[in-house]
Design a protein around this ligand. Structure first.
Ligand code: BMA
Length: 329
């Protein structure tokens, strides 16, 4: 039995795996859990992050408005399924005015780290880069310096220091829709200055695992297990009809997380439901958060569907690790 190293979460949203499911990840039967009208002015609510908070859950949601501007909104939930999302965007405070000036914000991740909740997101600063902020109450958010130079996306923090250093994955990109992309992990002593950039994993060339042949990017904050860091990511292929975003999983070395021990050759979830295949951007499943219960090994994955709505899916540490190992390169 693979063991999650973390806290129990007895109220994790959960449904048992339906009989006959081939993949290691299965969807919540009530998907999508958040529709496109998630708050007063939203055109779409997707690529969002949640964490356990108090007796329930809190989250940071990507709501594109009906003017199609991208920003982040706080939300709360009792059960992790029904969400109340604020109508006004998060007012980030504390940053140097040069950094605080908003161009756009999207695709947040949340990592619980040393008693605070750190938000990382794609932050417009003369091109996309990685914004960082922390909160303790999901009301006041303290913004720090951008972690990296543009162009970068998909900044994801590890939930503890490793070898005395904070660690963040990211995916250097371009200023547009980026037809390439590999995952790196960078280190910091203070969450402000980042260095020691290490290559973690890249696209898979050729026909071996073509769903991840154009670009890959980290998804939720990685889950620590006794077998390594369990990491869920997105992989992209370029088709004659554009990009298709699927999900994969990897197991990283616990002490040197840039070392990939296993990595799924077959995807773990793909856009096959109508709300994943049809929307503002078709054929996108984009994971940004995962809840985990150390007592049962249950994992609940939150993912954006077709850049329009938010879905929930389930797996267990045991099942996902077994699949990742059995389907590895
Ligand atoms: C990526 C990001 C994501 C989006 C995806 C599919 O480049 O912009 O926010 O979900 O494209 O459109």
């Amino acid at each position: 039995m693979a063991k999650i190293i973390g806290s129990p979460l007895p109220n994790i949203p959960w449904q048992e795996k339906p009989a006959g499911t081939a993949l290691p990840v299965w969807r919540y039967s009530g998907n999508p859990i958040i529709g496109r009208n998630g708050n007063r002015r939203s055109n779409s609510v997707f690529n969002s992050a949640v964490v356990p908070f108090g007796d329930g859950f809190a989250g940071v949601f990507r709501c594109d408005s009906r003017s199609i501007s991208m920003d982040l909104f706080a939300g709360r939930s009792v059960d992790g399924i029904h969400w109340q999302i604020d109508d006004n965007p998060i007012p980030f405070t504390g940053a140097d005015p040069e950094i605080a000036k908003k161009e756009y914000r999207y695709d947040a991740r949340i990592t619980a780290l040393e008693g605070k909740y750190y938000i990382t997101w794609c932050n417009g600063y003369h091109g996309p880069t990685i914004g960082v902020a922390w909160t303790e109450d999901f009301k006041t958010f303290h913004q720090l310096e951008n972690a990296f130079l543009p162009f970068n996306r998909n900044g994801v923090l590890f939930p503890r220091k490793i070898g005395g250093m904070y660690m963040m994955m990211s995916r250097p990109s371009d200023n547009g829709h980026t037809p390439f992309g590999d995952i790196y992990v960078s280190q910091s002593r203070d969450l402000e200055f980042w260095g020691r950039h290490r290559y973690m994993m890249g696209t898979v060339p050729g026909n071996d695992s073509a769903w991840q042949s154009t670009k890959v990017g980290p998804g939720p904050a990685p889950i620590e297990t006794d077998e390594g860091w369990l990491m869920i990511y997105h992989g992209v292929i370029t088709t004659c009809n554009g990009f298709v975003y699927r999900m994969g999983s990897a197991l990283l070395d616990r002490d040197e997380p840039w070392k990939v021990k296993y990595r799924s050759k077959d995807y773990i979830l793909a856009p096959t439901e109508l709300y994943e295949m049809v929307g503002d951007v078709p054929n996108v499943t984009f994971p940004c958060a995962a809840l985990a219960d150390s007592d049962t090994g249950r994992i609940a994955i939150y993912y954006g569907c077709a850049d329009t709505v938010t879905g929930l899916a389930f797996t267990t540490a045991d099942e996902l690790i077994r699949y990742t190992k059995e389907n590895s390169f």
